[in-house]
Write a protein that binds this ligand. Structure first.
Ligand code: FES
Ligand SMILES: [Fe+2]
Length: 444
């Protein structure tokens, strides 16, 4: 692997408070990122509910590698490099579906859902037929947490649980709020964007700040309609919340209990649902986390798995130094009534979907950043993430380094983590994810 260690410190300086814009455009750095960030971090692949039956598969990416994720006959999940082991063409070209076998379009090799090569024509001495066992699909190391499956390319990387560390305390709020769990509904929305993948990721991991300017019109149009239906005392946005970073994973949340429904056509039916469930959320998660549910939240797992509960959950796939693809899902409580599930899918498409009112605001700004990155002067400028610097502290309830929302605390944690991955000579050199208080907590 190429080592760029001598050039890394100036790229991220002042404890993540300043980041060279070179990291959003430099092709050599991008190549190192693919190996040292995407090659070492645990990357989201799929949720259990996307693959309910044996033979169900979906195609995704780890960095730029196409990955085929398949439900096995025994109910387990396997993941493979989606490339024929003969000469390498993309094996399965469908985005998702159900299959018994996968056949290569070039010389016709047939692979089973367990990745084994099961048919080569012609059979016979000169053929590959006798050597089928050598040519099974390249298997990917996978682990799961609360129904979420992740893949990792590096055998030296710590377990998924270690990678998540204390962040599970936050993650459980949105992926394990009830014993019945959550489900991904409505399929996957995808869009290409002319910007570096980190610009799209940082926006959700940490940038609550942009909402007031970037989304002023979209929020104004929708909120004025919605707030008329909100009860007195429940204002969209609610009271100040927290901005937390746990070794690069970020969590920004209010605790008003209802803010994420402020833009819905009929917030009251959503509020009635969370009110009905709130005692069960409290029982499962404790009062502080239960209060997050329904509140406006944005956050993400380093490096590229992001969530805005009540809007979309998403993953940013890199497609070159200044291009990326955003994949978006709707995630809901399994117990949510069907009509509300459908309403959530429609709402997400309208707001943060590919052509959503909010999404366009964000995409326009990310692409505008890209337009300034290629100049002689422009690429050596620094982006600033110093809001609230020095105010972050430990909190007796909330894990990680915590500040009052709104701050750049999450950005700084994210880019400090990015630098750690970029500087580490091997996966073993990456400092472990913070796990200081995890063991002391009664609920995870
Ligand atoms: S490249 Fe796939 S069968 Fe030859
Ligand atoms: Fe936004």
């Amino acid at each position: 692997m190429t080592s760029l260690k001598p050039t890394i410190p100036p790229l991220v300086k002042n404890e993540g408070g300043q980041v060279s814009r070179q990291i959003f455009t430099d092709p050599a750095l991008y190549r190192v990122e693919l190996d040292q960030v995407f090659g070492r971090a645990w990357l989201f692949l799929a949720h259990d509910t996307q693959l309910p039956k044996p033979g169900d598969f979906l195609n995704t990416f780890m960095g730029e590698d196409p990955i085929l994720v398949i439900r096995q006959n025994d109910g387990s999940i396997k993941a493979f490099l989606n490339a024929c082991t003969h000469r390498g063409p993309l094996l399965c070209q469908a985005e998702e579906g159900r299959a018994k076998t996968f056949q290569c379009t070039y010389h016709g090799w047939v692979f089973g859902i367990d990745g084994s090569l099961i048919d080569v024509r012609p059979e016979g001495e000169a053929s590959y037929g006798a050597r089928k066992a050598e040519f099974g699909l390249k298997s990917i190391r996978i682990e799961s947490y609360k129904g979420l499956w992740f893949g990792n390319f590096d055998d030296e990387t710590a377990s998924l649980k270690d990678f998540l560390g204390d962040f599970t305390w936050y993650l459980d709020t949105i992926f394990d709020p009830l014993p019945t769990g959550v489900e991904f509904v409505g399929g996957t929305m995808r869009q290409r964007l002319k910007c570096n993948w980190k610009l799209a990721a940082e926006n959700i991991v940490a940038d609550t700040y942009h909402v007031f300017a970037a989304h002023a019109v979209a929020a104004g149009v929708n909120m004025s309609r919605a707030t008329m239906r909100l009860p007195v005392g429940i204002e969209p946005g609610g009271p100040p919340g927290i901005s937390a970073t746990v070794s690069g994973h970020g969590w920004n949340a209010h605790s008003d209990g209802y803010g994420s429904y402020a833009l819905f056509r009929d917030p009251k039916q959503w509020m009635a649902y969370v009110d009905r469930q709130r005692p069960r959320y409290i029982e499962r998660l404790g009062a502080e986390r239960a209060q997050f549910i329904g509140s406006s939240i944005d956050g993400g797992m380093f490096p590229n798995f992001l969530f805005v509960p009540g809007f979309t959950y998403r993953q940013i796939h890199p497609k070159g130094p200044d291009e990326c693809e955003i994949w978006m899902w709707t995630v809901v409580d399994k117990e949510l009534p069907d009509e509300l599930k459908q309403e959530m899918v429609r709402f997400n498409a309208r707001m943060l979907g590919t052509s959503g009112m909010f999404e366009m605001d964000d995409c326009a700004n990310m692409e505008r950043i890209t337009t300034t990155l290629h100049g002689t002067l422009g690429r050596h400028q620094y982006s600033d993430y110093t809001m609230g610097q020095g105010l972050e502290a430990r909190h007796e309830i909330y894990p990680g380094l915590v500040e009052k929302r709104i701050s750049d605390n999450g950005f700084r944690g994210y880019y400090r983590r990015w630098a750690e991955y970029m500087q580490a000579n091997s996966a073993k050199d990456i400092p472990p994810t913070e796990n200081l208080r995890h063991k002391e907590r009664s609920h995870g």
